[in-house]
Design a protein around this ligand. Structure first.
Ligand SMILES: Cc1cc2nc3c(=O)[nH]c(=O)nc-3n(C[C@H](O)[C@H](O)[C@H](O)COP(=O)(O)OP(=O)(O)OC[C@H]3O[C@@H](n4cnc5c(N)ncnc54)[C@H](O)[C@@H]3O)c2cc1C
Length: 434
């Protein structure tokens, strides 16, 4: 198994678990044989946070049964290996949606909790962990499964939300869903020419719409610098409640070298900008708004054998405008960067978790084809800018952050380390803490 970025190149063997009753024995056996292990959801984390330090992971995807649903209250309880897409397939026809969703429906319930994922509505709903009403944890040092809620085992609950899979194996969890009248969305798209215009659009639309996000041309320089497309959306008030089934294309093989290079990127970015009319409104299905990348199975292969890294940071509001401009300038100068550079304003709704990534401010995310120069030259420059601005990087996407940066940006790491299950450790945690 690999992580989504297929970098760093650690070997990872899967030890699947099929039944909840098997979990205690599987955990004990892996600990006894390899020292530590780590639950692995569906490998949609980009860096090494989903990679067991021992090279032997407890594969959770087969624990994928629904346990209980309440369509009056909109609550669903399921095993942790159920994917977000599987929850949507069940919930949408009943008039319910995920309260928070990341940009892929292939993340599992357990993985979404362990990274306390956020979505395009962070400014109004906060993170995924706010909607987890309870979860059961299996720990190597506890006899029985531990029921964690905001009031029962509250310290363990808080450490588990965004706890990077280190505080125990989540066997089941209950989620409060969001009521909807239609599975379609009305999307308003607006082109902008400068970064200042992005901030102005964000201030206007965040107050009016459930979902906002922007694409930015990270390679544009000169008069084109800061251009992009701003999207705001809301569920439509009437229409069908239909879960869309996949008609996916496949990237069938991994080319020897990345198909994404500065020439193809420049062409793509310019074409993408031009393809979006200045001001337009349209109705779309939920997968095309939330999960455009999921349409191509194994799209991560386009980056070739060496894989890729995502750089996602969040910059506090007070410094956001100046700092994002500087980051984009340095990235454009480097000539590297992605066809999907995403800007999103995060709101001030606190997460119940200890290591949650978002903070009030602006998040920037970009993919880079793996190259040694990234960690040697570009990332140290970007890291210094983020550090100076009081921002931080997202562990779910990270493969390079220094221990000092992580510990400074996530001061509550010590509480998580105190509650870490001794049988669990990731390459990420080994890199930044152990
Ligand atoms: C195309 C794409 C778009 C994305 N967009 C976003 C986004 O908008 N916002 C965002 O926040 N993230 C985003 N992500 C990241 C992704 O949502 C997270 O990394 C998510 O946690 C992946 O879930 P997974 O089930 O694949 O878990 P994995 O990647 O396999 O594991 C993630 C973490 O969860 C832990 N874990 C998994 N299962 C369990 C369990 N049962 N018990 C305890 N711990 C467990 C693992 O140990 C690991 O630490 C995106 C990823 C992709 C590929």
């Amino acid at each position: 198994m690999t992580s989504w970025g297929r970098y760093p190149y650690h070997t990872l063997a899967a030890h699947p678990c099929f039944w909840q009753t098997q979990l205690p024995d599987s955990l004990a056996a892996l600990q006894q044989t390899y020292g530590t292990t780590l639950p692995y959801g569906n490998g949609r984390s980009y860096g090494d946070s989903c990679m067991a330090a021992s090279g032997h992971a407890l594969a959770m995807r087969s624990l994928n049964r629904f346990i209980h649903v309440d369509w009056v209250q909109g609550r669903v309880m399921a095993e942790a290996g159920v994917t977000l897409g599987e929850i949507l397939a069940l919930a949408i026809p009943q008039g319910w949606f995920l309260p928070v969703t990341p940009g892929t429906q292939y993340a599992t319930l357990g993985g979404a909790i362990a990274n306390d994922v956020h979505g395009k509505n962070h400014h109004v709903r906060g993170t995924f962990g706010r909607y987890v009403t309870q979860c059961t944890l299996l720990r190597s040092d506890r006899e029985a499964p531990v029921l964690c809620t905001p009031t029962q085992e509250p310290a363990l609950f808080a450490a588990t939300i965004g706890g990077l899979g280190l505080t125990g194996v989540i066997a089941t969890a209950e989620l409060q869903l969001l009521p909807i009248r239609s599975s379609q969305l009305t999307v308003q798209q607006t082109r902008f020419d400068t970064l200042d215009a992005f901030f102005a659009l964000s201030a206007t639309w965040d107050a009016q719409r459930e979902y906002t996000v922007a694409w930015i041309d990270c390679l544009a320089t000169g008069k084109d610098a800061g251009r992009g497309v701003f999207f705001s959306a809301a569920h439509t008030e009437d229409g069908a409640l239909s879960a869309c089934h996949d008609t996916r294309r496949v990237m069938p093989f991994t080319p020897p070298v990345s198909l994404i290079n500065r020439h193809s990127l420049r062409l793509f970015n310019a074409a993408y900008y031009r393809a979006h009319r200045h001001d337009a409104q349209r109705q779309v299905t939920y997968p095309s708004f939330f999960y455009p990348l999921d349409r191509i199975r194994h799209w991560n292969r386009v980056y070739g054998q060496r894989g890729f890294q995502q750089y996602q940071c969040v910059i506090p509001d007070v410094a956001a405008q100046k700092t994002i401009a500087l980051l984009l300038q340095r990235i454009a100068q480097s000539g590297r960067g992605s066809f999907l550079a995403v800007l999103k304003r995060c709101g001030d709704i606190a997460s119940p978790g200890l290591l949650s990534f978002p903070m009030p401010g602006v998040s920037l995310a970009l993919d880079f084809a793996q190259h040694d120069a990234l960690t040697r030259e570009l990332f140290p420059v970007l890291d210094a800018i983020v550090r100076e601005a009081g921002g931080r990087l997202y562990p779910a996407k990270d493969a390079h952050m220094s221990g000092a940066d992580f510990r400074a940006a996530y001061p509550q790491w010590e509480q998580v380390e105190r509650l870490r299950d001794p049988a669990l450790c990731s390459h990420f945690w080994q890199r930044v803490i152990v």
